[in-house]
Design a protein around this ligand. Sequence first.
Ligand SMILES: NC(=O)c1ccc[n+]([C@@H]2O[C@H](COP(=O)([O-])OP(=O)(O)OC[C@H]3O[C@@H](n4cnc5c(N)ncnc54)[C@H](OP(=O)(O)O)[C@@H]3O)[C@@H](O)[C@H]2O)c1
Length: 304
Amino acid sequence: MTGGTILVTGAAGGLQGQTGRHVSELLLSQGARVRAFVRKLDERAERLRSLGADVVVGDFLDYKSVERAVEGVSTVYFAYPVQEGLLEATAIMADAARKAGVRRLIDIVMLISAPDAPTPRMRENYLSERIFEWAGIGAAHVRATVFYENVLALTSATIARDGAVYLPWGSDETIVPLVSAQDVASVAVGALTSPSVTPGSSYPVIGEVLALRDIIAIFKRVLGRDVRYQEIPDKAWADAALGLGFNEHAVEHLSKLWQSIRTQTRRFAVTDTIRDLGGAKPQTFEAFVRGHQSAFTVKAAGDA
Ligand SMILES: NC(=O)c1ccc[n+]([C@@H]2O[C@H](COP(=O)([O-])OP(=O)(O)OC[C@H]3O[C@@H](n4cnc5c(N)ncnc54)[C@H](OP(=O)(O)O)[C@@H]3O)[C@@H](O)[C@H]2O)c1
């Protein structure tokens, strides 16, 4: 443990992997002092409070609220969702955390973070990492691949309705590196608390590497129904994703990511980080689907 209070942003958990919620709950279960940064007071915030968190309301893009949130904090978990504003949010947090004397900041970014990365969000991630390093606040980076939760969000409704997965992922031999958000959160908790983490380090997180045909086979096996893959054009996918409520920034990022995934020659492998920093074996995609089977059924009117 580094000691001191840990500020967890995105603590309520949103539409992606809810890593901030998992990180908060894991830290609280280990007896750490957690300050949970939430956008509004609702039942999610109330739950965090009941678990022992000090809940603070704020906005990543409101300097004063971030300044208040980092006061007296030694460590920060920074999880800015895939939406516009990452670099402004980074600059605000970097400046406020530096003034507050923060000694460690763990951010969550994409697996590939480089100036020539294939998506605009990944290139922003690269700059965000550098800004945090220049701030001298002990920044280190958790670099995660595509979340299982993301695959669920992209496939569950059409599997329920048509027994089909519509994606622009090329042939069913396309290889996709994946991970559960829970495992990403375990790695982040290890990075937040382990004495061995050095500033500027980065931790790639891959839980399983699957061909698309393996993913389809898992759906068939676990859901006990026929599931087919139908490749669709990029534009049709982007329109459907916007219709599902994905924001434009996320759709642009994911469109470029799918183009890169279906043409890549790079080899991916499961990383040791989940075991070494997270302290557990990676959850398999099959186990994840088993735990979320109800998401793949047609909801009756009035169902939550
Ligand atoms: N999805 C993937 O496959 C994937 C893969 C690799 C890396 N990542 C990284 O994972 C991170 C996403 O983390 P996550 O899964 O924990 O996100 P998430 O589940 O979408 O949660 C986002 C949280 O941020 C809060 N929030 C949004 N805008 C805010 C604002 N302006 N001020 C304060 N709080 C705000 C939301 O609050 P409300 O719900 O109240 O709005 C929510 O609690 C991103 O950095 C992304 O780069 C994602």
